[in-house]
Design a binder for this molecule. Structure first.
Ligand SMILES: *Cc1c(COP(=O)(O)O)cnc(C)c1O
Length: 360
């Protein structure tokens, strides 16, 4: 009989065998500041209203594969330009996958600045697309000339730009983005996962650039558990992408919840405003700690650099103190000694800072 590992090697694509899985650290009982979640729950009355609504969902039926009311509500909320449409995904992660499945093929390239959101690369490698990462400058601004060179050399079918960027928390400059869109031989996807904390969006640009798509998610604004992302752009693109989107990718409970949530956007806007205030406070407190370099943030997280060689130890000590943040050191060379912390509730931020002061 063939040994299980031989069988594995025969069946699973070598690309996948080589791939490192996306790791989620255990976090039960911890102050969880590693994944850019919103720390706030909903008021009790709202929870009641919501659960009453869920009770009416017919779970015996498949969800609507193309829910017009939800798409209209999202279009309104997002300020979608006339003539554009949206495609819904089970989180924007799924849309990143849908985009790449639709564009996959031999000799095809995906391009993104580095460091950037890991999912762009993970999906590309799983699908056998070439992935080209173009380093940002030392200050994490867009290296526009290097991007334009790489675009000319590799002719990417897809370019991803996160605006603001994860894990660096900054907004790239609009002029650089515009030059990249104009030079791109294929699609440019601007990923606005952290838009609610940046007060900036390129949504109006959809009317100017036919090769631009805009990716959004409800996750970071407060609904990470819901799994709902959306892609905005011209219907001609979405029509093609819809062919590889599985028809029932967004469940009925998620659809009903999202519609409900979009009637209460004031609550999420208030939470985002609170998170932005906490961010300013957190940055000041971090700056006051000796030997840390703290980077500016337009998102709901803060990137900071420790003394040389200290990040791994500090990350471990925080973990032992019950605080989980993200260790970035060891990945991109631009992120040596770097850690990333999500802006939490006021209490969580205080617990984090106390543990960090001790560890430093
Ligand atoms: C978190 C994140 C996403 C994924 O969001 P989901 O909608 O929860 O899948 C996409 N893009 C960036 C840049 C992110 O940081």
């Amino acid at each position: 009989m063939t040994s299980p590992s031989t069988l594995l090697r025969r069946v699973i694509n070598p690309r996948i065998l080589e791939l490192g899985a996306y790791r989620v650290e255990p976090s039960v009982g911890m102050v969880k500041l590693d994944a850019m979640e919103n720390p706030y729950r909903w008021p009790a009355e709202l929870v009641q209203e919501w659960t009453a609504l869920l009770a009416e969902v017919e779970l015996n039926r498949y969800p609507d594969p193309d829910p017009a009311p939800l798409k209209h509500a999202l279009a309104d909320y997002a300020g979608l330009p006339a003539g554009m449409d949206v495609l819904l995904g089970n989180g924007s992660d799924e849309i990143i996958q849908i985009l790449q499945v639709a564009c996959a093929g031999a000799e095809r390239t995906i391009l993104a600045p580095e460091p950037g959101f890991v999912m762009y690369q993970l999906v590309a490698r799983g699908l056998g697309l070439q992935y080209v990462g173009v380093p940002l400058r030392e200050d994490f601004s867009l290296a526009t000339e290097a991007m334009l060179d790489a675009i000319a050399r590799h002719r990417p079918v897809l370019i991803f730009l996160a605006y603001p960027n994860n894990p660096t928390a900054n907004l790239f400059d609009e002029r650089g983005i515009e030059q990249i869109i104009r030079a791109a031989p294929g699609l440019v996807v601007v990923d606005e996962a952290y838009g609610p904390f940046a007060g900036a969006t390129l949504m109006p640009w959809l009317e100017r650039f036919p090769n631009l798509l805009l990716l959004r998610t409800l996750s970071k604004m407060g609904l990470a558990g819901l799994r709902l992302g959306y892609l905005a752009g011209a219907p001609q693109w979405l029509e093609q992408l819809n062919k590889v989107r599985l028809p029932y990718n967004v469940g009925a409970l998620a659809q009903a919840t999202a519609l409900f949530v979009l009637r209460h956007t004031d609550l999420f806007e208030a939470q985002a405003a609170q998170i932005c205030r906490s961010r300013s406070w957190l940055i000041e407190e971090l700056q006051a700690i000796d030997r840390l370099v703290v980077y500016p943030s337009q998102a709901n997280f803060v990137l900071f650099r420790t003394a040389a060689g200290a990040a791994l130890r500090i990350h471990g000590e925080l973990k032992r103190a019950g605080v989980l943040i993200k260790l970035l050191s060891g990945g991109s060379s631009l992120l040596t000694d770097c850690l990333r912390v999500t802006v939490g509730s006021e209490e969580e931020n205080r617990v984090f800072l106390a543990a960090l002061r001790k560890a430093v």
